[in-house]
Design a protein around this ligand. Structure first.
Ligand SMILES: [Zn+2]
Length: 448
C-alpha cells in the first residue's frame, strides 16, 4: 500500500503550534515509510479564511522544514467535485434536503439533553424528496442496532452507536459542502492512506466512516493524537502564551522548536534529537494516550542547546549582531536561551550605560571605589592568564582580601551590569585599550 498522509490547515488563523505538532507526526510517518504528503488548505469557511493566514502557514512550515509533495490544494477551488458527489448522494437517497428551522432543532436538542441523550437531529423529511431546503443531510438509520467501530492506531478500538449519530449535515447547498463532507471526499480523491489528526476529531470519525461506506470506498487507517495542553492542562490557547509558530521565529531556532514539538505526545530516545533520528525512531503506536503540556521552559532549554552548537558566523547572522566579535560568540552562546537575549550582552560591542550607584560594592566609599578602579586599570595590559591572581593581589593588599571590592566595580565598569560573565572573560574580548577606556569612564562617573 502506498502511504499517503495530509497537512490540512485552515487559513482562519496563523499556524498553531498544536496543529504543527500533528503535522510533524504526519511528516515523520511519511518520511519513514517513503510516503507522500498532500498539502490541502481547508478554506471552506470563506468569511474567516484569508491570504495573510495562508502566507503565515506556508512560511512557518517552510521555516520548520516541513515540506510536502505536489501542489497546494484549496477546498475553495474544489466545489465542483463536492457538488458531483452531493448530487450523487441525493439521487441515491444517501442524503436528503432537510427543511427544519434552527428554532426547531434547538427545541429537539434541548429535549434530548434533558433525556440525557446526545444532541442530534432525527429528520422527518427524509422521505419527502424535497428539491431544496435549509441543509443537506446524510440519512442515518436512527433505529439501527449497529455499532460502528474502528481500530485507531493510537487509541485502540473505538466504538459508536449508529443510532445516536443523527442525520448529520454535509452541505448548506450543492455549492457549499460542509467540513465533514469536503474532508472525506478529498481524502478519498487524494487516496489518503493514513489519517493522523488530533483526538478532538474522534467523534467525527463514525460520520466519516458512513460517507466512505456510502461511496463503497475502503477505509483509511485512523490515528488520533492527544491534544497539546497549556500548563493548567486545558487545551492550549492564547491565554497560555503565544500559540502561533511565527511568534517563535525571532527567539528560537527552527530545529529547536521542531525538536520540542516532537516531544509533545511522544518520548524519543534522547532530549536533543535530529529530524533524521526522529524519522528513524517514530512509531504511531507509541504516541502517548493523554495530552502533552506545552512547557516553555523545556523549549528554552532545548533552544539553548541548539544555540550552543551554532558556528559563530551563523549565530551572528541569526541573532542579527554582525558587530559581535568572534571571540565573544562562545561566552554568549553558552548563556543564551533565546536569540533576542543577545541584547543583554550589548556591552560586548558598545559602551555600557549605567548609573554610578551600580559601581558600589557593599559599604565602599567613593574614594575606595576610585582606588579599586585605578588599581584595576593598571592591570588592563596584564597577560590574561595572570590577570586573576593580579586582581586577587589588589584585593588582598587594599581591601583585606575582599575580592568583591575589586571585581564588582570592574565588572560594572566593563559591562554596566550587576550580573555578567567573569570580568576577565570580558577583558579578553574587549582588549587592553577598550578596558582602560571603560575603567576611566567609570572613574569619571564617580567624580560627577
Ligand atoms: Zn430535518
Amino acid at each position: 500500500m502506498k502511504i499517503k498522509v495530509r497537512f490540512p490547515p485552515s487559513p482562519t488563523g496563523n499556524l498553531h503550534v498544536g496543529t504543527t505538532r500533528t503535522m510533524i507526526y504526519n511528516w515523520l510517518f511519511a518520511k519513514q515509510n517513503k510516503g507522500e504528503i498532500v498539502m490541502r488548505l481547508e478554506d471552506t469557511d470563506t468569511e474567516r479564511s484569508n491570504k495573510e493566514f495562508e502566507a503565515d502557514i506556508m512560511n512557518s512550515l517552510k521555516w520548520l522544514g516541513l515540506d510536502w509533495d505536489g501542489p497546494v490544494y484549496r477546498q475553495s477551488e474544489r466545489t465542483k467535485l463536492y457538488r458531483k458527489y452531493l448530487e450523487e448522494f441525493l439521487v441515491n437517497k444517501k442524503a436528503f434536503w432537510c427543511n427544519h428551522s434552527k428554532e426547531e432543532l434547538e427545541v429537539e436538542n434541548k429535549n434530548q439533553i434533558e433525556a440525557k441523550e446526545p444532541p442530534r437531529h432525527v429528520c422527518s423529511h427524509k422521505q419527502d424528496n424535497l428539491e431544496t431546503g435549509v441543509v443537506i443531510r446524510v440519512s442515518v438509520d436512527s433505529n439501527s442496532d449497529r455499532t460502528i467501530s474502528f481500530n485507531d492506531r493510537v487509541k485502540g478500538k473505538i466504538e459508536f452507536k449508529e443510532s445516536l449519530l443523527g442525520d448529520f449535515a454535509i452541505a448548506r447547498n450543492l455549492d457549499s459542502a460542509l467540513y465533514h463532507f469536503a474532508v472525506v471526499i478529498d481524502d478519498i480523491d487524494m487516496e489518503i492512506s493514513h489519517i493522523i489528526r488530533g483526538d478532538d476529531h474522534i467523534s467525527n470519525t463514525p460520520k466519516h466512516i458512513l460517507i466512505y461506506e456510502a461511496l463503497d470506498k475502503p477505509l483509511p487507517i485512523f490515528a488520533h493524537i492527544p491534544l497539546v495542553l497549556g500548563t493548567d492542562r486545558s487545551k492550549l490557547s492564547k491565554r497560555h502564551g503565544a500559540t502561533a509558530v511565527s511568534a517563535y521565529k525571532n527567539d528560537y531556532l527552527p530545529e529547536a522548536l521542531f525538536n520540542f514539538l516532537g516531544f509533545l505526545g511522544y518520548t524519543f530516545s534522547k532530549d536533543i534529537i535530529s529530524k533524521e533520528e526522529m524519522v528513524a525512531e517514530f512509531e504511531l503506536e507509541k504516541v502517548h494516550q493523554s495530552g502533552a503540556v506545552f512547557d516553555i521552559k523545556k523549549l528554552d532549554w532545548i533552544n539553548s542547546q541548539y544555540i550552543k552548537k551554532l558556528p559563530p558566523e551563523e549565530f551572528k547572522k541569526l541573532a542579527n549582531v554582525p558587530e559581535l566579535p568572534d571571540e565573544a560568540v562562545l561566552i554568549v552562546t553558552e548563556r543564551l536561551e533565546k536569540l533576542s537575549d543577545i541584547q543583554n550582552f550589548n556591552y560586548l560591542w558598545e559602551k555600557p550605560k549605567y548609573e554610578k550607584d551600580v559601581l558600589q560594592w557593599k559599604e565602599m566609599k567613593p574614594e575606595e571605589i576610585q582606588n579599586s578602579l585605578l588599581q584595576s586599570s593598571f592591570c588592563a595590559g596584564v597577560e590574561i592568564k595572570k590577570l586573576g591572581s593580579k586582581l586577587d593581589e589588589i584585593a588582598k593588599d587594599n581591601f583585606g582580601g575582599d575580592r568583591g571590592a575589586v571585581y564588582w566595580p570592574l565588572r560594572v565598569a566593563l559591562s554596566g551590569k550587576k550580573k555578567s560573565p567573569d570580568p576577565i572573560e570580558i577583558i579578553k574580548i574587549l582588549g587592553p585599550k577598550e578596558t582602560k577606556e571603560r575603567i576611566n569612564e567609570a572613574k569619571k562617573k564617580l567624580e560627577s
